[in-house]
Write a protein that binds this ligand. Sequence first.
Ligand SMILES: C[S@@+](CC[C@H](N)C(=O)[O-])C[C@H]1O[C@@H](n2cnc3c(N)ncnc32)[C@H](O)[C@@H]1O
Length: 333
Amino acid sequence: MPLLNKTNVHIIKGLDKPTVYHKNMALFDRTDSLFLLDLCEDNSIGILGADGFEIERAQIRPRMDWILDFSSSWSSDVFDWHQTIEASRWAMSELPDGVLMEFVLRMPFNYPDAYLAGRTEFMQLDFHTDPRALIPRLETEVLVKEAGRLLQERVPDLIIDTGTGTGIIPITLAKRYGYANALIATDIDPDALGLAAENAILHDVGVELIQCDLLDSPELRQAISGVGSVLFVANLPYVPERDANLVSADTVYEPRHALYAGEDGYDCIAVYLEQFRGLIETHPNMSIALIMEMDPSHTDRTLSVLSDLGTAEPFADYAGDIRFVRFTRLWKN
Ligand SMILES: C[S@@+](CC[C@H](N)C(=O)[O-])C[C@H]1O[C@@H](n2cnc3c(N)ncnc32)[C@H](O)[C@@H]1O
């Protein structure tokens, strides 16, 4: 069960500032402990235990009179997580000044393994993952492999990944396909960009991160205007709201705006395509390619928009569902 520390403090979204870090330990004073407990309650997270410490002149000393241990209920069939919050809250309200607590959490039964582990694998590469961004899905490999195939036809001056989340797409293109020109990754969510930045550092890949709504950014327009070829990639939210009861239960821990895009799931893609059209029409001689992931119910609409602008073709995921569209204009040398 997770011990809150520097690498996984994001396990509860919003709790990225404990009172203090001692080395890797996330430590909480009375006020911050009570705030943590409120967040745990909101997220159905129980407390397995907590240990008190004092720090004096950089020396840490355990406070043996400040230990909470609910682990005996761990083996029982019904772990009453709510009771552990209540008991911890009562204890924390008495916490003296100067004592700092370290917490061990008991996550809900359907909490995603990748968030618990704080890491996941994508195309044999390791990525940090936590609730700041969607957990990378296997089918996105198909998008990346197709992008890799396009890179064999032409190495563009610039790749732009929209809705980058963990940053898997640009980082994998650099690490697995040796792409070494300019990479830009955007997201509307600054927390997701924080995680993408950590993954870019982990893999030593230079990615410019921009917070913006889809392609609507002056920096992006400026970057595009200076180049001769661009590969766009996008795995935007595309789950229809009406299918919310069909998706697996553990998706409730992922950011909602990373999954859903309106009643039929097409809201984000529709706006993206309009912005994409505007951008590429402004640069009629530029070599352009685009690969997008979407719900199979979206491909016909997407193809009809893109086929006015160049060559647009659908392709399938591992299960044989038509989940991707590839677009090219003046691409092959
Ligand atoms: C389906 S996730 C994909 C994450 C990652 N690219 C991947 O393949 O695992 C969609 C991402 O788009 C971002 N997003 C949602 N709406 C957006 C918008 N209007 N502009 C930019 N990014 C957006 C979300 O924050 C999320 O990170």
